[in-house]
Design a protein around this ligand. Structure first.
Ligand code: ATP
Ligand code: MG
Length: 426
């Protein structure tokens, strides 16, 4: 026997046992974004490496150590997208969707980061994200947060996530703050790790983002960006807080929240949970007013977020909220021998014509009554239609209830659609 080929480490198959839950998550998202009037955008999975370097920033975890970058056959440097925002801005600029316009967009799909795989952290993972362009005020920041809150409500996990917000101020305010921060960090240099010492030189704000507990201990004493905000950003942030208050959305201001990507300014936020252990951030986002221009477009404000779908799926499983998913099969149609196979098929096709929302599975592969009923049971269907020569002769089917103690019934084929409607309440 030849050696089995396995999937790449950190890249998961989604098996039929889980795909129902994934479809539920995805369709809930589609329904919620549609209810806010957002439109989908789809971009390629592969982009020029420069796109991510210029937007996410050279001195970030993603660009320094996580990207899947390779030379294609023409020696161009390409990268599997590690996130969605850069591609959406690139596409928006390329197709003239952004300048002087308002766009409320969303996307969903695979992202790739070469990280150490663990629960909630993979090398291929999925994000759903929202990007809004052409709106600069805190009203739209509140709207995208509200959209998340509606989704938590729909999933039944509102009690298990909390919102943290912060403001990064304007680019100028950050320059002034950076000086303060560097002065402070230099007084504690001996407590910093190698990464942080390097970042102290190249991009000091990134030190705030360190996951090393010893560095975090230094960071907690550092001056706070939120105390150094420019006036306009302070008013903007207050506007966001007031709107969240009046919408009844609870939040905590976390001055240490800086986000791991360079393009953010003003409002930033994360939804976190303690249901997942270390990988606690399920959704993260903020405002990126400079990004469109940075990628060659005309200045256009932007705000958005990205949600890690594996972490949402894990949460629903951990909290056992994945139990009431739709069935895969509602009706299992048997055929007791080959002479009734076509009759059984025709009945099933008629049901699919008249009631497309009902899931009908036909038995294939023959076998006796016992074998067919075993398959019917395994399918998860709530009823089996039993069809033999007697039923065909009488233009009937026998209905056997698989999940309830109810006597078998006989239904004429003219009545079957009506009967099924009543049975499934459709
Ligand atoms: P973390 O601090 O967990 O590494 P991040 O700041 O790198 O997160 P973002 O780039 O903001 O994450 O991505 C938004 C969301 O995408 C995260 O909050 C998380 O839910 C999800 N996510 C990020 N990286 C991964 C990954 N490797 N595997 C699964 N989900 C991920
Ligand atoms: Mg990360």
């Amino acid at each position: 026997m030849s050696k089995k080929i396995q999937a790449i480490r950190g890249m998961n198959d989604c098996l039929p046992t889980e795909s129902g839950l994934w479809q539920y998550v995805e369709s809930s998202i589609r329904q919620v974004v549609a209810s806010y009037g957002y439109q989908e955008i789809r971009t390629p999975i592969v982009e020029s490496t420069d796109l991510f370097k210029r937007s996410i920033g050279e001195v970030t975890d993603i660009v320094e150590k996580e990207m899947y970058t390779f030379a294609d056959r023409n020696s161009d440097s390409l990268t599997l997208r590690p996130e969605g925002t850069a591609s959406v801005v690139r596409a928006g600029n390329e197709h003239g969707l952004l300048y002087n316009q308002q766009q409320r967009l969303w996307y969903m799909g695979q992202m790739f980061r070469h990280e150490r795989p663990q629960k909630g952290r993979y090398r291929q993972f999925h994000q759903f994200g929202v990007e809004v362009f052409g709106l600069a005020g805190p009203d739209i920041d509140a709207e995208v947060i509200l959209l998340c809150a509606r989704l938590w409500e729909k999933f039944g996990i509102s009690e298990n996530v909390t919102l943290e917000i912060n403001s990064l101020g304007s680019a100028e305010a950050r320059v002034a703050y950076k000086e303060l921060l560097v002065v402070f960090l230099k007084t504690r240099e001996s407590e910093l790790d190698e990464d942080s010492l390097r970042r102290l030189q190249s991009n000091p704000l990134r030190v705030l983002d360190s996951k090393n507990p010893q560095v975090q201990n230094v960071v907690k004493d550092a001056p706070k960006l939120i105390d150094c905000l420019d006036e306009e950003s302070a008013i903007h942030f207050q506007g966001l807080c007031e709107r969240l208050d009046s919408l009844g959305i609870q939040y905590r201001v976390n001055p240490a929240l800086v986000r791991g990507l360079d393009y953010y300014n003003r409002s930033v936020f994360e939804w976190v949970t303690d249901s997942l252990g270390a990988q606690g951030t399920v959704c993260a986002g903020g405002r990126y007013d400079g990004l469109v221009e940075q990628l060659g477009g005309k200045a256009t404000p932007g705000v958005g977020f990205a949600m890690g779908l594996e972490r949402i799926v894990l949460m629903l499983q951990t909290l056992e909220l994945d139990k009431n998913l739709e069935s895969v099969v509602d009706i299992y149609v048997t055929a007791m021998d080959e002479s009734v196979e076509l009759y059984a098929r025709q009945i099933s096709e008629t049901l699919r014509d008249t009631l497309p929302q009902i899931k009908v599975m036909n038995h294939c592969g023959g076998g006796n009554f016992k074998k067919q009923m075993k398959r019917a049971d395994q399918s998860g269907a709530s009823v089996a239609l039993i069809i033999g020569q007697d039923e065909m002769a009488a233009q009937q089917v026998a209905v056997k209830y698989l999940r309830e103690q109810q006597p078998q019934e006989t239904v004429s084929i003219n009545e079957l659609t009506h009967f099924t409607q009543k049975l499934f309440n459709v």
